[in-house]
Ligand binder design. Structure first.
Ligand SMILES: *Cc1c(COP(=O)(O)O)cnc(C)c1O
Length: 402
């Protein structure tokens, strides 16, 4: 396995630990160490590890076999939940990963509008497919440079970039080239460079600017969906995108993602329309069983969002006066080794990663697993107890001081 891992974020120098079990707020390593987990598998596990109702639903589904290659009633159950919860979604297509969801959403936007280009925000992550592996932005009108070997510059020249939280750059880009732009895709709250929050009014402005130029707005809510609340960032901030992508939490910890939008747009998807999209494992029965159980559990325990928000506030208080900035939204949080909270990718990148690494190691020694990067969001789950939160707070305080 290149780098010893199945996905690059999991690599830790000189080598990663191996996990053999997860339960509630804890993971257990092959070396017999118990860790409080603030990574949550990079987002899906808002109910914690091995949540019983989800596990029971998976076990019950197993008795009936686990793949048929036909439609199933569980697809209808989950589609109804997603449609009821998301103001922007009237029709939905299930896929397996978030990368697939954004890839299809972009193809759909191109097929629907007949236009070629997309706009993404610098540092916005939308999975590991060619058109979105563009990161290094040197000004909004600069054509994208690929971020990975093997990606054709012919493809990413259709990916334009703007800084997050910067409507001026967006306006000047669309005024110049808006006629070529099919869609703007963004994480409404940036989750893949730590959390970076939208300035008041930013998302509303983006909605207005894109609508004025017949540019579809794609909210990539793969992280924020059911994370910042039921209905995701679109509900929280009251901004309705044209297309929404979901993943992570909606599968209850099994591989399941989706994209959706209004009927007029979504009926462009095959076989109803001309935009092709397909998958052997799409909407597989096990993932659907886990997803339906997880979302029902979340609905039954809505108060978790208030509790999670209080918990990260407590952790944030222990980070006061430690020379960096604590950023949070509900259960998403991060301490940046940068005096002021970053507002975009360029600012986030100014954080002191050497200090982060020293801090991260101290936290690990105290039995706390944080994602091993300054640029990955920490996640709290409903399984973290008050005493976990107290322990985390005092560990933050002492490790930051050290
Ligand atoms: C994780 C993530 C993806 C990719 O999802 P995968 O299931 O890893 O393919 C896409 N967009 C955002 C915002 C993500 O956080």
């Amino acid at each position: 396995m290149p780098g010893g891992v199945s996905s690059p974020v999991r690599a830790i120098q000189p080598y990663p630990f191996y996990t053999v079990r997860g339960s509630g707020s804890r993971i257990y390593t092959a070396d017999g160490i118990e860790l409080i987990d603030c990574c949550g598998a990079y987002g899906p596990l808002i109910l914690g590890h091995a949540c019983k109702p989800v596990g029971d639903a998976i076990a019950a589904a197993l008795d009936d076999g686990w793949l048929y290659g036909t439609p199933t009633p569980a697809e209808i159950d989950l589609a109804q939940i997603l449609i009821a919860d998301h103001p922007s979604i009237e029709m939905v297509r299930f896929v397996t990963t978030g990368s697939e969801a954004t890839m299809a959403a972009i193809r759909l936007a191109r097929g629907y509008t007949g236009k070629s280009d997309i706009i993404k925000t610098e540092g916005g992550f939308h999975g590991a497919h060619d058109g979105v592996l563009v990161q290094a932005g040197s000004g909004c009108t600069t054509l994208g440079q690929p971020d990975s070997a093997g990606v054709l510059s012919d493809i990413v020249r259709h990916t334009r970039q703007v800084p997050y939280n910067d409507t001026e750059s967006l306006v000047s880009l669309v005024e110049k080239s808006g006629e070529e732009v099919a869609a703007m895709i963004l994480e409404p709250v940036m989750g893949n460079i730590g959390p970076v929050l939208p300035k008041p009014g930013y998302l509303q402005e983006v909605r207005k600017i894109t609508a004025e130029h017949d540019i579809l707005l794609i909210f990539d809510e793969v992280i924020t969906g059911y994370r910042v609340g039921i209905g995701g960032a679109q509900k929280l901030f009251g901004v309705i995108p044209d297309i929404t992508t979901l993943g992570k939490i909606i599968g209850g910890g099994l591989p399941l993602s989706a994209f959706g939008g209004n009927r007029k747009i979504m009926e462009h998807i095959a076989p109803a329309g001309p935009v092709y999209q397909a998958g052997t494992f799409s909407g597989n029965p096990l993932s659907l069983a886990a997803g339906v159980a997880a979302l029902r559990e979340i609905h039954a325990r809505k108060e978790m969002y208030t509790l999670l928000d209080k918990a990260t506030t407590v952790i944030g208080e222990s980070c006061q006066g430690k020379g960096g900035s604590f950023v949070k939204l509900g259960s998403m949080f991060k301490f940046f080794f940068r005096t002021l909270a970053p507002e975009n990718y360029a600012q986030a990148k100014e954080s002191d990663t050497t200090q982060f690494r020293a801090f991260w190691e101290k936290m690990l020694k105290k039995g706390i697993f944080l994602p091993p990067s300054q640029f990955e969001t920490n996640f709290l789950s409903a399984a973290h107890s008050d005493s976990d939160v107290e322990y985390l707070s005092s560990a933050y305080a002492s490790c930051l001081s050290a």
